[in-house]
Ligand binder design. Sequence first.
Ligand code: B12
Ligand code: SF4
Length: 698
Amino acid sequence: MGFTPTDLTSRTRPTIYAPWPPSVGPLLSLGMLTAAARTHLARRGDDRWDVRRPEPIERALSHLATHDGPALWLCSDYVFTQDENLEAAHRARAMRPDLVILRGGPSVPKYDDDLRAFHDRHGAVCDLAVHGEGEATICELLDALEVVDGELVRDPDRLAQVAGTSFRHPATGEIVRTPARERIASLRAIPSPYLTGEFDDIPADEWVQPPYFETNRGCPYGCSFCDWGSATQSRIRAFPLERVLGEFAWAAERGHRGLHLCDANFGILPRDVEIAERIAEMRRATGYPAFAMFTPAKNTTRRLAPILDALTGAGVSVAAAISLQTTDEATLTAVARENITTAGYLALAADLRLRGHALQGDLILGLPGQTYTSYRADLQFMLDHEIMPRTFPLRVLPNAPLNDPAYRARHGIDVSPTRLVRSTATLGEAARRRALLLRRVEAITERYGLLRHVYRYLQWDHGLPATHLMEHLVEALTSGHGRAPVLSATLSTFDTAGFPAAGWPALYDEVHRMVVEVTGVDDAGLATVLLVQERLMPARGRAFPEVVALPHDYVAWYAEATAELFRSGRAGTPHRRLEDHGPGELEILGDPLGLCEHGISFAGDSDDEDFEGDFHIGALAANELHSPLARLVPALASHPEVVRTRLSIAPEPEAGSPEAGSPEAGSPEAEGAAADGAEAPVTLRPPKATPRHDEPRR
Ligand code: B12
Ligand code: SF4
């Protein structure tokens, strides 16, 4: 398709805007598109367009308000940008009715009915929709659009020649969908936005998230709930190594502390080890990056050890979530995930554990085939293997196989207005609600540790699975405050109070009574465990280090039981019962998170049971004093910047500023807080309400 260079005045020179929502920060997708468009136009000697660099929405709107001439407005639609994009597009349209709005990204639906509904609903702010990879499509669209008398002309016949798009035909009103575009076979030709200057002028404070980098595209698997780069079930295509390393160097030169990889399975390609080694070299030479985040390949775990060794050996902190989703065979089959083995998962867990990583494992609630019982079994599996579970309620992504109407009908998938799975053929609404309560009990009593050691004791020495007692706590939570008032109140309010108003001794007295009632166990082992539990809870006026004398050596017993997890990853048990151990000591070393002073607090709105707030996910919050029994504290306390940057936490308030104070007097947190004796605290404060990247994706 040719074009006739026109002598356009600056008034009529069309402008391309690539606006990003400030709450999410610069989008790699937009940089890819502007870099591709700029390079394409330059190659053709076409200087008719003014391609602006990606910029925050408000800046793009201000420019649009003061510049006339034709304009193309790019919306990069993800679940986390769509609302702000829509609002901005409406404002832009109000200013300039002749604007051409181009929408692309993984939230532009591909299923026919959804696509029709999308054009119906968003027609006012969608002139053209792009499906799949955008670099080649945008270049062809630029060639197909014409500027006539200062206006961008959309000739439907020319647009219909561009694969991978859809639009409403101006004459017939029908939705025209052009043939699907083949994935770009070689990524070599795609220009890098980092290396071509697209992101050069973005000030540091506009990077809400650390920059994201693609080393490859594609995922050979096809888990039905996932839409990873809209490239699942596809061949892996690698970007040239020198380009990838050049992009990392770009970030290091600008002092970006984090590297975040978009890869679906880092470690799946042999060269990923080399990539990790080169990152390590860069760290040694420049001090950057301080941390790297990636999603490890699970079926190719043999490369993970050298990758982790290279990175951590150079002082690069690694945040690599390992996701299981479920161990249930029926569910794995239903979600087409049978190829990722549980054995491989445990081997990976052992690798990470040996390297001192705090282990968190992701589960999804609402998967087809899943039942309440299988969810409870998954929680139990995680607890058996000392992997902290995080449960994400399943959200149907527009282009995931799960959203295929036939698949949804087959599995009876019913979704809420916010696209959360409300029920399936195997998990009714009531069962899902109960599972969410179990998740809450698990979070408070296991993740935040209130009963963690009680569970271990009953399980290892008395054969009572942890989830058995958790189910009784669900009853306590739902049946009012009658029989266990302190416990029920704590379970109801922990996300806001973070502390039992009646104090820890009252809570553990009640726990004691409940355990006796439910299990019949009432022995010296239980007394030891309750003492351990109470001393491990942060409280006002504590001084550290503190040595707690124990009737039985709980620390040795616990070490015995967990040793096998470091060797093979498999769950073990202690060699001897706790009561057969002689007296011991528990040394509580300190309070590096400042919990005794500030109390625990959670980011975001944790009340909403469907919301993946930090209370449920615990990426930021921990409720641990430092001791030989700690799981998370060393990781969180020694790398607070990882947590901060990852979650875009507001900067620490200046000393003396109003925000810098302790919890308000009279608040439950203040009741449990004291400045005395705490080590220099690493205060983890709530982040701004920005999107996180903790998706349960693999
Ligand atoms: C980076 C990232 C994030 C970052 C984004 C930060 C940032 N500033 O970039 C953050 C941390 C915000 C994030 C959060 C979440 N994410 Co995320 N994330 C990603 C990730 C890893 C990379 C996205 C990316 O930049 N890819 C590289 C670009 C170049 O590729 P691309 O996105 O496919 O874009 C191409 C095309 O789509 C198209 N295109 C895109 N936009 C446009 C626009 C136009 C006009 C055109 C023509 C073409 C076009 O062209 C691009 C180039 O080929 C993807 C997985 C992946 N690898 O894609 C998941 C992904 C985008 N995330 C996903 C999800 C589900 C989430 C969460 C909702 C998960 C959760 N449960 O917590 C959260 C949001 C939470 C919240 N509270 O809102 C899903 C999104 C599906 C969807 N429909 O939006 C993905 C695809 C992963 C998955 N599981 O399938 N995420
Ligand atoms: S969840 Fe992971 S393995 Fe499964 S399709 Fe998505 S990216 Fe691939």
